[in-house]
Design a protein around this ligand. Structure first.
Ligand SMILES: NC(=O)c1ccc[n+]([C@@H]2O[C@H](COP(=O)([O-])OP(=O)(O)OC[C@H]3O[C@@H](n4cnc5c(N)ncnc54)[C@H](O)[C@@H]3O)[C@@H](O)[C@H]2O)c1
Length: 444
């Protein structure tokens, strides 16, 4: 089947390359000509495991091409995906749909025979209706169907997620569109990934509801972590015991510095706006967004406490900048407000991230970027783990002790065990795990 993928960012590029790998003929379109040029040369604009090889293989075998000519890609395609960005709109937090609508207008001009236009971008309820109106107005004669097919891949394991999804959600009632979608996803269907056919508006809402629920789970365990610290309990044990309950499940119960990334923060706010506009306020999600925002900056107080109450004039080494490991995505990363707050409190910040530093540099001022964890820790008064990259899981603490001014570790991802760190002579703070003596010293 011939596919046009409009938008070759995280979702468009990964989805396009995976569809090509299934044997479809895919043209990935992007209006960023520089991005298209690099992609055509096999140079990836993002860091995602195995993506370079996947793209190279499919380029070589002629199933995948890149272009900035939208019309030529759409002409002759049976399926046209819209995978452009839907960032938060400045000022009010609604999803900015200008890229989606502009793509729809361009697609309209090029539609030939029956075409299924599939929105993969995360869009508020009713966007599919609007896309349909835009195309219909521009091309009253066109034979097309507009379908919602939200994407659930995670950065850091995007290819695996795309090829082995928990489910595929398809919002359409059009029988011809269903047949096209079934053919597109047939290779996955053989892997027993269930396809759920639902109404278009329902599919649009599924994506927001799922993201808001996961964000709620994270925020819930983060607040439980704060309580653990106050009462001398261990959030890791609480989370494990909760997660073993099949009704709850263990995923997304890791306490930390607050959720970030390109999706959860903006999608939570956009869902809140949709709910408010429709007079069905989502109080839980409103609270989740507010609690999470406050939490990211509050992590700096943990560092301050670990340093005895003041960080003015101190040097803090931050390991990990991206919002999670295995990606170079810095969007809404907790490290950004953390570092700003540390600087506001008078500290100097040195930082190291295995792949995210180029993305981080334009977002941070006054930070000294280093070449590795030990260079970063040199002459630092405290070391902070902000992202749990694999390479930070087995640090050489004797080495760190030698190069640091004082052996203080603030572990915002609970990578290490408290007793191990104390045995190594480190002063150690983590999230939701009181120090061993806290249970005897706490107030009755
Ligand atoms: N990143 C994720 O993990 C993820 C996961 C699931 C869903 N989503 C959703 O998918 C959508 C895309 O996200 P992303 O992270 O891939 O965004 P992105 O910013 O990485 O990529 C969007 C791309 O679209 C291009 N573009 C914009 N308008 C265009 C047009 N008219 N024609 C051609 N290209 C155009 C941009 O140049 C950019 O390269 C968003 O709605 C997002 O919420 C993202």
């Amino acid at each position: 089947m011939r596919i046009a993928m409009i938008g070759s960012g995280y979702v468009g590029l990964v989805s396009g390359a995976c569809f090509a790998d299934f044997g479809h003929r895919v043209t990935c379109v992007d209006k960023d000509a520089e991005k298209v040029d690099s992609l055509a040369r096999g140079v990836m604009p993002i860091y995602e495991q195995d993506l370079e090889d996947l793209v190279a293989r499919n380029l070589r075998e002629g199933r995948l091409t890149f272009t900035s000519g939208l019309a030529e890609a759409v002409r002759g395609a049976q399926a046209v995906f819209i995978a452009v960005g839907t960032p938060s709109r400045r000022g009010d937090g609604h999803a900015d749909l200008s890229y989606v609508y502009s793509a729809a207008r361009e697609i309209a001009t090029a539609i030939g025979d029956f075409t299924v236009v599939i929105t993969k971008s995360t869009v508020p309820v009713g966007t599919g209706d609007e896309v349909e109106i835009i195309i219909r107005k521009a091309r009253p004669d066109a034979d097309f169907a507009v379908v919602s097919n939200p994407e659930f891949l995670r950065e850091g394991s995007a290819i695996q997620d795309f090829k082995h999804p928990d489910r595929i959600v398809v919002g359409t009632e059009d029988a011809r569109a269903k047949a096209v979608i079934a053919e597109l996803y047939r290779p996955l269907y053989l892997n027993a990934a269930p396809i759920l056919y639902v109404g278009r508006r329902t599919a649009e809402l599924v994506k927001y509801a799922a993201n808001a629920f996961l964000a709620t789970k994270i925020t819930f365990i983060n607040e439980i972590a704060d309580l653990c610290e106050k009462v001398g309990a261990d959030v890791q044990d609480v989370a494990r015991a909760m997660g073993l309950d099949n009704r709850i499940g263990s995923k997304f119960l890791h306490a930390g510095p607050g959720f970030g990334g390109s999706c959860f923060p903006k999608d939570a706010v956009a869902l809140i706006k949709t709910a408010q506009d429709n007079d069905a306020a989502l109080r839980i999600v409103e609270t989740v967004a507010a609690v999470n925002d406050a939490r990211k900056r509050a992590m700096s107080r943990k560092v301050m406490t670990a340093l005895g109450g003041s960080i003015r004039g101190k040097t803090i080494a931050v390991l990990g900048l991206t919002f999670k490991p295995n990606t170079d995505d810095m969007r809404e990363a907790p490290s950004i407000p953390l570092i700003t707050a540390l600087q506001d409190m008078g500290a100097s910040v040195r930082a190291y991230d295995p792949v995210g530093m180029e993305q981080a540099k334009p977002l941070m001022t006054g930070v000294e970027f280093c070449n590795g964890p030990y260079e970063c820790a040199a002459r630092a008064d405290a070391l902070v783990i902000a992202t749990e990259w694999e390479q930070f899981r087995a640090l050489d603490f004797d080495h760190l002790k030698r190069v640091m001014v004082s052996p203080i570790l603030v572990d915002l991802r609970n990578v290490y065990r408290t007793d191990d760190m104390l045995a190594k002579g480190f002063s150690y703070a983590s999230v939701g795990r009181a120090l061993p003596f806290a249970s005897t010293s706490r107030k009755k």
